[in-house]
Ligand binder design. Structure first.
Ligand SMILES: [Zn+2]
Length: 260
């Protein structure tokens, strides 16, 4: 057997015998009874269009699901955001499930999750990602999902990190471990939306770091960094830079949606 083939086989065997990363307690499913009682007391509406959900529709109506503007692997590979990741060899792929335009279904779901606190919508978004991205390479062989952390100030204002709920849905359906304790947001930065794309990468650089012991846990793993919206890509790039020291097998930068 050739040396390269031998090394590949040995790598696969090592991966096969390694224990999977344990789930963080944040990834545990919600009690179903509470949800059922809440449904009886207050009929739910679709966050995409406002219609009352029909029996069997889970959080998002069928029409809105059919209207989702899906992206394709061909678009990921040729996207301008790749330019930001060129000098990060550990980042092997970037991608998103849907295109974000102000007012479209993809953006209304994000809005509902982020600004109206409908966390269950985030879980559904994560389930959709696992169902529709699973076979397209972005999630294939992934060991762990790291939701992009927000600053304590933003968490205090909003009460939660929206990406964690998307990750929760994704991990519940795929069985991939979700960890919120390995990648940390160490510096507060203002919202990037008011700054030109060219300035954004420099503004968020150094905003993330690894928790003590995280590098050891992530070494040799395939890691998915997950965010709700990727616009310029600078926040995702800063998060990926923090993972450079962990010697991951691969890092994939994945978002629910791409804006712009
Ligand atoms: Zn709808």
């Amino acid at each position: 057997m050739q040396g390269a083939a031998k090394a590949h086989l040995a790598h696969r065997q090592r991966r096969g015998t390694r224990r999977p990363l344990p789930q963080h307690p944040d990834a545990m499913p919600e009690p179903r009874l509470l949800r059922t009682v809440a449904d009886l007391l207050m009929p739910r509406t679709c966050p995409g269009c406002g219609a009352v959900l029909a029996y069997g529709e889970r959080d998002v109506c069928c029409l809105c699901l059919a209207d989702l503007p899906l992206l394709t692997p061909g678009l990921w590979a040729t996207d301008r955001r790749w330019g930001l990741f060129r000098e990060l060899p550990h980042v092997r792929s970037i991608g998103a499930l849907v295109r974000y335009h102000p007012g479209n279904v993809a953006s209304r779901l994000v809005h509902s999750l982020k600004y109206h606190g409908r966390w269950q919508v985030g879980v559904v978004m994560g389930c959709l990602m696992s169902r529709l991205l699973g076979g397209k390479g972005l999630l294939e062989g992934a060991d762990v999902v790291l939701p992009v952390p927000i600053t304590w100030r933003r968490r205090w204002q909003r009460g939660f990190n929206q990406s964690e709920f998307i990750a929760r849905g994704l991990c519940q359906t795929t069985g991939i471990a979700m960890r919120t304790d390995l990648l940390l947001r160490t510096r507060h930065t203002e919202s990037q939306t008011h700054f030109p794309y060219a300035e954004r990468a420099g503004r968020v650089e150094g905003s993330f770091s690894l928790a003590p012991g995280a590098a050891l846990q992530l070494r040799g793993r395939t890691v998915v960094v997950l965010d709700d919206v990727m616009t310029s890509g600078s926040t995702m790039r800063a998060a990926a830079m923090a993972l450079a020291a962990a010697e991951c097998a691969a890092v994939r930068c994945v978002a629910w949606s791409w804006a712009g």
